[in-house]
Design a protein around this ligand. Structure first.
Ligand SMILES: Cc1cc2nc3c(=O)[nH]c(=O)nc-3n(C[C@H](O)[C@H](O)[C@H](O)COP(=O)(O)O)c2cc1C
Length: 196
């Protein structure tokens, strides 16, 4: 069982990194093989809407995203963590998501069976934090992430989101949040193992 953790914050050691790390530890506890990708370490050119992927389902931009595509398709579980930046995910996370347009092409235009009904079913989970306490603070990001997971043939298993968390490491003041993240990672793997 492969779990892919996508770290969407450029702030290393920050709140979403701490939470995702807990979730991945939970997944490892259940025996999953975990891979961590810190998106801000990669050069991910934003999608140029060139439609170069339309005929083949492969992106024509030859940057670090080419290393990420196989990680996405090999994963059984994808956990994306991103803080809220201007009511959405970070630019790193969004650039990566937009660059999965070739997978959208494979799934919906080319009808690639591997991303269709009979293809590999994945699970997706979202972790986020925001500084403010607004009711709708996570709505935009959740919608974006749901459509990202749809393209990956990943069932949206839910999200863990925390409001009112701003300074680096502030989430450590909420040990129950860390526990919830650990449990979420553990549950994602144990449910999938049981379902096999
Ligand atoms: C550019 C930028 C935009 C932000 N926009 C929002 C926002 O729209 N709503 C919000 O609640 N917090 C916003 N924040 C605050 C971050 O979500 C918050 O500090 C979070 O804890 C950062 O997580 P990290 O430590 O994982 O990077 C923003 C922060 C930055 C740097």
């Amino acid at each position: 069982m492969k779990v892919l953790g996508l770290f969407g914050s450029p702030r290393r050691g920050g709140n979403t990194e701490i939470l995702l790390e807990e979730a991945l530890k939970g997944a490892e506890k259940e025996g999953a093989k975990v891979e961590r990708l810190y998106l801000s370490d990669f050069t991910i050119t934003p999608c140029k809407e060139c439609h170069g992927c339309d005929p083949t389902g492969n992106c024509v931009i030859l940057d670090d995203m080419q290393k990420i595509y196989p990680k996405l398709t090999e994963a059984d579980v994808v956990i994306l963590a991103s803080p809220i930046f201007f009511y959405g995910v970070t630019a790193w996370a969004k650039a990566m998501i937009d660059r999965t347009q070739p997978l959208w092409v494979r799934k919906y235009l080319l009808k690639d069976p591997s991303l269709g009904e009979g293809g590999k079913r994945r699970k997706g989970f979202f972790i986020s934090v925001g500084a403010t306490k607004g009711l709708k603070v996570f709505d935009g990001a959740v919608l974006t992430v749901k459509y990202f997971f749809d393209v990956l043939n990943a069932e949206y298993m839910g999200e863990l989101v925390f409001r009112g968390v701003e300074a680096k490491g502030d989430i450590l003041k909420h040990p129950e949040a860390l526990q919830q993240a650990f449990e979420a990672g553990r549950r994602l793997v144990s449910n999938l193992t049981k379902g096999r």
